[in-house]
Unconditional design. Structure first.
Length: 365
């Protein structure tokens, strides 16, 4: 008997020029805090589109850091309070979207950022999310991943009111991305889809979005390989990214993310690339628990074997490859921390620190 809950309160609007077509409907209140990174919103054209149709008052916070900290989010929240903003328009990749979610909570709750992990009382400000990358799927998830220096890691914050009220997805906003960033974010999207499908929390409903997303992602493999990223390919990647977000909104992520976080925090790896480092080993690990599911992933991607998947990841991540120096003691520490995470608990077989140590050594030593 199938039993599951599927909760997705975000309205999704997908297509060309959807922000301009939204017109006055873009506003969710009287005054907006527009949250962006330092340049992506302008470079992509998304900010211009927003300002061309937004009729109400607004103030712009364009100082979101890569891998935003709680303090960075508090800065934006204080601006929202000062300006009496009653909703947020978030424009950008995962960092601005995740930061905007934390700001939406901090703006109406008298808490330090680290205290949000114990919950909050007042409902977050509503958010209109406009992604300019095709990777995180944050526009359709109840998560915000922040850098927590106290714990020396990136850590996910979650709550149902972190779901944006509406998401506007236009592939043209990803057209200005370099091939390297496009690949890194695409690999992030694939990790969400595959992790969600192989999670021990997967359901019949989450499988539908995961499988469709993997199939769509597979149609863009050649474009990712060659760098000939047509608007059709970018549309496929944005759709796959959104479906990945919908999937992990139901299942959460698994140990791939737990292993990737220290590479980002301590060694500066972009998040998607850090996930990609472990994806082949993740499929190999899961072949021992759910071989039919791993075979389905490979089939949908048009790949004949696990080795072919590893070769694909190696090929895609070769450009802009990062070199890191890490000791065996550090690897063991990363593995022990990862084994205690919710991500590991959501993984089939609940991998031990010893198993995660081996995966780390196999891929980064």
């Amino acid at each position: 008997m199938r039993e599951f809950t599927f909760f997705l309160p975000t309205k999704i609007v997908f297509g060309r020029d959807v922000v301009r077509k939204a017109g006055e409907g873009l506003a969710l209140g009287k005054k907006a805090l527009i949250v962006t990174g330092r340049s992506s919103a302008r470079k992509s054209g998304a900010l211009d589109d927003v300002l061309s149709v937004l009729k109400g008052e607004y103030v712009i916070f364009d100082r979101v850091e890569n891998n935003p900290t709680g303090e960075n989010c508090l800065e934006g929240a204080e601006l929202a309070k000062k300006e009496n903003c009653d909703y947020i328009i978030a424009i950008g990749g995962g960092s601005p979207l995740d930061a905007a979610k934390a700001m939406a909570v901090l703006a109406v709750n008298d808490k330090r950022p680290i205290e949000l992990y114990q919950g909050w009382e007042h409902r977050a400000l509503p958010i209109a999310a406009i992604p300019t990358t095709a990777g995180t799927g944050s526009e359709v998830t109840p998560y915000a991943v922040l850098t927590i220096h106290e714990e020396e890691t990136k850590k996910g914050l979650g709550g149902p009111d972190l779901f944006p009220a509406v998401a506007y997805l236009d592939p043209k906003y990803t057209a200005s991305l370099s091939r390297e960033v496009t690949v890194d974010t695409a690999v992030d999207a694939l990790s969400h889809l595959v992790e969600g499908y192989l999670s021990n929390r997967a359901t019949s409903a989450s499988d539908l979005t995961a499988l469709q997303g993997i199939a769509v992602w597979g149609t863009a493999i050649e474009a990712l390989r060659t760098g000939e990223l047509t608007m059709e390919a970018r549309e496929d990647l944005l759709l796959a990214s959104m479906l990945g977000g919908v999937t992990i909104a139901q299942t959460g992520t698994t140990f791939v993310h737990a292993l990737g976080y220290p590479l980002t925090y301590f060694h500066g790896y972009p998040h998607g690339r850090a996930n990609g480092v472990f994806m082949a080993s993740y499929l190999e690990y899961n072949h021992g628990y759910a071989p039919e599911r791993v075979d389905t992933v490979l089939e949908l991607l048009g790949l004949p074997s696990l080795e072919a998947f590893r070769e694909l990841m190696d090929e895609l991540l070769a450009e802009g490859a990062y070199q890191i120096e890490v000791s065996e003691e550090q690897i063991r520490a990363y593995a022990e921390k990862a084994a205690k995470t919710r991500n590991a608990a959501y993984s089939r077989g609940t991998p031990s620190a010893d198993e995660l140590t081996k995966i780390l050594k196999d891929n980064i030593l």
